[in-house]
Design a protein around this ligand. Structure first.
Ligand code: ARG
Length: 479
């Protein structure tokens, strides 16, 4: 369904009457019509609109508010409309303002009076709130499945590299050895919390506004719980004013999306950095990169760069919805029509990003030699050396100072710590009382990267076996 399927508004004087135009004496200009219409974008909720109407009509018939024959007509008409929309044959009309009035008008054209009875005990205010919730619930389910698919790929690569040494950075300076698998598992944890947030948000999305009508409820003997059950809602909204007016559930969704995108933007930044020839830790397959129109040698990581960039638009949508809601008096205000485009755009962006990301991660080429080279250049086991001295009885601050002296000596002589002999280490640490005599031959085991990694075997640590256990636990949680 695209914008081009909208019939342009006819000139004002010949425009057909609007559903609400009875009390108006002056026609609405084409500009105002275009400005106030939402059918360009809310036709995306057509399926949900029909779904909601059918549940409402079924309830009306059950309660004896409309006749069984009316329900049958409504169901027949809606089946036809659904087909027309799916085949792209539906004539979306700007004069009918939004998805709700377009469908209702077509229904009435198809089935007559039964179509006019559908709106009994209902308003577009509770109707639109219901449609958005149905639409968003589906989007959340899709996102939850896509997060899992992303996590599965992370787990595959993390398992392959559970023992692959990588320099862990703080301040982008080599800090301590970690494994590449451990590093990737950090993103598993981030997205696990993202999934929790979406699932939690879904509970509050999944409540039924219908029955609130315009704002005050309705005098018909409706059965809201029946409609909720028909539509798979877990509960009904408990206050009619709140039900038609608040969009906090959409804001929560955008906040969860902004955090997910923020996490993916961090991973993207790392992929970009790692792919720079200066770093050379990974390569992305060509399908996720593009060349330059002027520099023949270039292979640019466009996809991660765009993920980083699109995080901005998702953050923007969150701010747009917060600002839209701020200061709105009860109950429904037309401001709320502006909730849809940021919401749709956010869901589209998150869904596309996750889809692309799972494939991108599965094709990543890991350059383990370069990771190891970078690690052996940064005195990454200096903390292990200090810990060794502490375990032999030296206070930590003294150990820190002794190792700092060793690092300085290494820098001056262009060596790495394991390249010192035991005597040399003792000599450079001599200025710190009690340090040199703590050193024994066993110090060289803790200066190795493997030793450093293996010693961090507590929960959350980077020891290869611990990383493998974390992956196994994650895999069990995913299945
Ligand atoms: N298109 C409107 C929206 O998106 C539907 C509700 C209109 N209600 C009204 N009272 N004008 O919010």
């Amino acid at each position: 369904m695209t914008e081009k399927s909208i019939s342009p508004a006819a000139s004002t004087s010949t425009s057909p009457a609007k559903a609400w135009s009875g009390r108006f004496s002056e026609p609405v200009s084409d500009l105002v019509k275009r400005y106030t219409a939402s059918v360009f974008f809310d036709q995306r909720m057509a399926t949900q609109d029909i779904q909601g109407s059918l549940a409402h009509a079924k309830m009306l018939a059950r309660q004896g508010i409309i006749a069984a024959a009316d329900l049958a007509d409504i169901e027949r008409g809606m089946a036809q409309i659904k087909g027309e929309i799916e085949r792209g044959e539906f004539n979306w009309n700007l004069d009918d303002e939004d998805v709700h009035l377009n469908i209702e008008k077509r229904l009435t054209a198809l089935v007559g009076d039964a179509g006019k009875r559908l709106h009994t005990g209902r308003s577009r205010n509770d109707q639109v709130a219901t449609d958005i919730r149905l639409w968003l619930r589906e989007a959340i389910d899709q996102i939850l499945a896509l997060i899992k698919a992303f996590q599965r790929q992370i787990l595959i690569v993390a398992e392959l590299h559970a023992a692959t040494p990588l320099p862990g950075f703080t301040h982008l300076q080599v800090a301590q050895p970690v494994t590449f698998g451990h590093h990737l598992m950090a993103y598993y944890e981030m997205t696990r919390r993202d999934a929790e947030r979406f699932a939690d948000c879904r509970r509050r999305v999944n409540r039924l506004p219908l029955g609130a009508a315009a704002l005050a409820g309705t005098s018909y003997p409706i059965d809201r719980e029946f409609v909720a059950a028909e539509l798979g809602f877990e509960d009904v909204c408990r206050n009619s004013l709140d039900a038609v007016s608040d969009r906090d559930f959409a804001i929560e969704f955008c906040a969860a999306s902004a955090l997910l995108m923020t996490h993916l933007s961090r991973l993207s930044e790392e992929l970009i950095l790692w792919m720079s020839p200066r770093v050379g830790f990974i390569d992305l397959t060509d399908g996720f990169c593009t060349g330059s129109s002027i520099m023949p040698q270039k292979k640019n990581p466009d996809v991660p760069e765009l993920v980083r960039g699109k995080t901005g638009r998702v953050n923007g949508a969150l701010v747009a919805l917060l600002t839209l809601m701020k200061g709105q008096p009860l109950a429904y205000n037309k401001d709320n029509q502006e909730d849809k485009e940021p919401l749709f755009d956010t869901a589209d962006t998150v869904i596309d990003t996750l889809r692309i990301y799972a494939d991108m991660i599965s094709g990543i080429r890991v350059k383990t030699d370069n990771m190891l080279d970078a690690l052996s250049q940064g005195y990454a086991t200096a903390t292990d050396l200090a810990d060794y001295l502490v375990k032999k009885g030296l206070p930590f601050r003294d150990a820190h100072e002794a190792v700092a002296l060793a690092v300085r000596a290494a820098e001056i002589t262009a060596r790495q710590l394991p390249q010192f002999s035991l005597d040399e280490l003792r000599t450079v640490m001599a200025r710190v009382p009690g340090a040199a005599d703590k050193l024994g031959q066993d110090v060289f085991a803790v200066l190795t990267i493997e030793g450093s990694l293996a010693s961090r075997a507590h929960i959350g640590g980077t020891a290869p076996d611990t990383v493998r256990a974390a992956i196994a636990r994650a895999r069990a949680a995913l299945d």
